[in-house]
Design a protein around this ligand. Structure first.
Ligand code: FES
Length: 105
């Protein structure tokens, strides 16, 4: 398990997201109502960046075809996506978001 320091939590406004690369792996970071979530950035349906999606109801909506993913579980909640995306544990230390790679949240 590798705990990786990313960006400052204050750099992601509430109900928005940011993209961060960890070992060539694109991770989408979300701030939903003050809680931070990390999931794979690549949609499980096709090539779209989930960090560019709209955030609401603790979900992100894929900007390409509109599938929604649960930020806590990575589950594809609506079509056309049917496969989950990976989720990662997050922790705030000294104002920075740390992401635990290699473990599902
Ligand atoms: S690429 Fe995300 S729903 Fe199609």
């Amino acid at each position: 398990m590798e705990k990786v320091k990313t960006i400052k939590s204050e750099d992601i406004a509430e109900n928005s997201s940011a993209l961060f690369e960890i070992n060539t792996h694109q991770i989408a970071l979300f701030n939903y109502e003050g809680q931070f979530y990390a999931i794979d950035d690549m949609c499980s349906h096709a090539e779209a960046s989930l960090s560019e999606g709209e955030v609401y109801d603790c979900r992100v909506e894929c900007p390409l075809h509109g599938a929604e993913f649960d930020l806590k579980t990575g589950e594809a909640v609506t079509f056309p996506a049917t496969k989950s995306v990976n989720t990662y544990k997050t922790e705030i230390i000294d104002g920075y978001i740390y992401v635990e790679m290699g473990t599902n949240a």
